[in-house]
Design a protein around this ligand. Structure first.
Ligand SMILES: [Zn+2]
Length: 67
């Protein structure tokens, strides 16, 4: 499954807005909602679109820098 192909059918569970891919198509890391300033993680190629799993964008960016 290519995440880019299904991205257009996915929406933020909080605001139902569009999601943007974090990482690359080959190595997707998460789905970002600009409106909510949060990122939904992608675990083993499965997007976790749960508000309870959302990571604040600032925390996400810190996490990316630490890798
Ligand atoms: Zn949202």
């Amino acid at each position: 499954m290519n995440i880019a192909e299904i991205l257009h059918i996915l929406a933020c569970p909080e605001c139902h807005g569009d999601l943007l891919l974090e990482g690359s198509e080959q190595n997707p890391q998460g789905l970002r909602c600009e409106h909510c300033a949060c990122v939904y993680p992608i675990e083993e190629e499965i997007p976790v679109l749960l508000t309870s799993e959302a990571i604040a964008l600032s925390d996400w960016q810190k996490r990316q820098q630490n890798q």
